[in-house]
Design a protein around this ligand. Sequence first.
Ligand SMILES: *[C@@H]1O[C@H](CO)[C@@H](O)[C@H](O)[C@H]1NC(C)=O
Ligand SMILES: *[C@@H]1O[C@H](CO)[C@@H](O)[C@H](O)[C@H]1NC(C)=O
Length: 268
Amino acid sequence: MKTTTAFAALAALIQQVTSQSIQGGALYSLPSGSSDTINTISGTFRVPDASVPIHGPTSGHKGIYAFGIWVGIGGWQGYGSASGCAAGTGVLRAGIDVYYDGFSDVPMVPWAWYQYGVSNEAGAFAYAGFNLEAGDLIKITVNGASNNVTAIIENYGKVTSTQGRQPIQRAPPTYGFQGNNVANTLCRTEAGWIVENHMTETSPPEPVVLANFTEVAFGELDIKTSAGSATAAQAKLVDINIPEQGGKLTACSAPSGTEVRCRRVLEA
Ligand SMILES: *[C@@H]1O[C@H](CO)[C@@H](O)[C@H](O)[C@H]1NC(C)=O
Ligand SMILES: *[C@@H]1O[C@H](CO)[C@@H](O)[C@H](O)[C@H]1NC(C)=O
């Protein structure tokens, strides 16, 4: 291959990789040069309904469709991650994965998970026995303030009011939070409320085939920093964009400082 052709191929590959984003939602970063740290982030959302995309290149996919929703501190680089955290720093987050079985054309049971550490250090661990179904109101609170970090998930069921509500289930992590390893590597300059077309655990990893889903509305959003607080209005909005799956796949907006909404779309 002539060098010029190799360069052209490389440029095309870089273009493709840089235009890919596996994340939609809102990502808050401390101003550069700030010596503050992010202590906690929280937010609610309802478990959406998943379905098969009826338009676009993935509509006939005979396999699993999926997506995740998470709230957390820190981020990993690579594969279309929107994170600006330095390589080698860690995450602390909790979320849910929603699946749709395109073989049998049936929704699958979503599951709740937490994840921590530097990239490739640890997968996502299930909150064992934590039940979820479409329409449930989920609250996630991640605290990275001290060495005693936590990632709490609560399920408030189908409640429609914040007044006097009680979680029907509440779960702290059950594995891996002993010791200071999580706290030592955590990237405390970034936090987000994210819908993610997460990567498969195949080699090489590739983005899962994104399911269609009803709008994800993050609410009651709150970030506490060492210096005060931050809102979704100060966060950067990002959208899932996977050229092979049809282009821009979410339309996320922040109608107010305490709310971020992501619709599943298909825009070439
Ligand atoms: C997702 O489902 C909605 C509601 O049925 C539909 O209007 C929309 O076209 C679907 N999106 C895709 C990409 O198929
Ligand atoms: C860590 O945090 C949990 C939850 O807030 C609390 O119950 C526990 O006592 C804390 N442990 C230490 C060693 O501070």
